[in-house]
Design a protein around this ligand. Structure first.
Ligand code: 4NP
Length: 154
């Protein structure tokens, strides 16, 4: 059965596209049947490709996110996806505020899935430097690997 996972950050141009790419790679490695997408809680970049520094960080790690386009998280996502995974606490709180009553998606924080990293955020690299995008990549791989292993173990 297909497991549907949506990653959510603020702009949907840095962290959540990286998380989407990382989970796609892990799922492929494990042969998992997943549908993966990403979205943002803020609308500034809707319709735009990922930040060029995120595209470059993904490329350095063998992933192509250049064709992704930013979109807003929407009410129907809470019924379309099994898991909606926030990249930080602010976005998790935002998701909790807009989750329609009775919808089925389970909300979580990405690094809560990683033993020893519970409660940690994937830091927003938008106002940072290239190295901050590599840190974000490493963090989302940590989370994606843990998530993929959990799905594989079901
Ligand atoms: P993201 O990064 O949430 O990881 O996509 C950001 C992108 C854009 C903005 C903030 C964070 N912004 O303020 O426009």
């Amino acid at each position: 059965m297909t497991v549907r996972i949506l990653f959510v950050c603020l702009g949907n141009i840095c962290r959540s596209p990286l998380a989407e790419a990382a989970l796609r790679a892990e799922a492929e490695r494990l042969g998992l049947d997943v549908e993966v997408d990403s979205a943002g809680t803020g609308d500034w970049h809707v319709g735009q490709p990922p930040d060029r520094r995120a595209i470059a960080a993904a490329r350095r790690n063998g992933a192509d996110i250049a064709r992704f386009r930013a979109r807003l998280v929407e009410a129907r996502d809470f019924d379309r996806f099994d898991h909606i995974v926030a990249l930080d606490r602010d976005n998790l709180a935002g998701l909790k505020r807009i989750q329609p009553a009775g919808s089925r998606a389970r909300l979580s924080l990405l690094l809560d899935h990683v033993e020893g990293r519970e409660g940690e955020a994937v830091a927003d690299p938008y106002y940072g430097e290239e190295s901050d995008f590599d840190t974000a990549w490493n963090d989302v791989v940590d989370g994606a690997r843990a998530l993929a292993n959990r799905i594989a173990a079901r």
